[in-house]
Unconditional design. Sequence first.
Length: 243
Amino acid sequence: MDYSKLKVPNHVAIIVDGNGRWATEKGMSRSEGHNEGFINLKKLSAYIFSKKIKYLSAYLFSTENFKRSKMEVNFLMNLLNSKQKEILEFCHEEKIKVVFSGRKEKLSEKVIEAMRIIEKETSIYKDKLFNICFNYGGHAEIIDATKKIVKDIQNGKLDIDKLDENTFNKYLYQNLPPIDLMIRTSGEQRLSNFMLWQNSYAEFYFPKTYFPDFDENEFDKAILEYTKRDRRYGGIDYENKNN
Ligand code: IPE
Ligand code: IPE
Ligand code: MG
């Protein structure tokens, strides 16, 4: 689809959901579903960035996902290090900078090392930022930011009276612009602890499609829906579409 005449969002966020059901319905293992999800995420992210969308966030593992079976947690945990080479090749080809958001505790040294290498090697790219939320929780992020803020107030680096939304944003895992369009695949209509601060004025879109099937055409539909929304931010300007 031609996006050149559309007002595209600056920051798109995706809750990758439905990999398990996609696989189960096909008589496959949940791991195979996650693998398909990974393949699709690569294709879809290249497409999204090709449309001049600068920021993409994806939710790949929540702080709550440790409740799943040991086998599934292990598979998801090992995705990053087992696919490290493939991820790096892809990012270099597409010139994508990757950052990881989430708590490092509970992650193995191998996974942390893979994250470090991917972040370091892709830090040269400037125009496309891919924020991967891994062992991420929105509550955890706000608590972690608050702790850093209190420390900086205590050691005199931050004046409490200067603490506003902009400053708070800088203490989050990444200093990202607000999310414009938040997509959750698979039909679930909830945030499940995803980027609570950054989603404050996002437009939400909930397609029924399972993530492995959420392709370029499905994304075009999301964008068309987004362009029809009136983003008023509390104001009353009904004429000015998307501001
Ligand atoms: C992928 O989808 C999201 C992850 C937590 C990795 P799910 O694994 O939640 O798939 P469903 O919801 O069980 O179908
Ligand atoms: C949210 O999906 C977490 C990720 C996509 C990483 P879940 O499938 O874990 O969420 P719930 O349990 O349905 O709320
Ligand atoms: Mg799910």
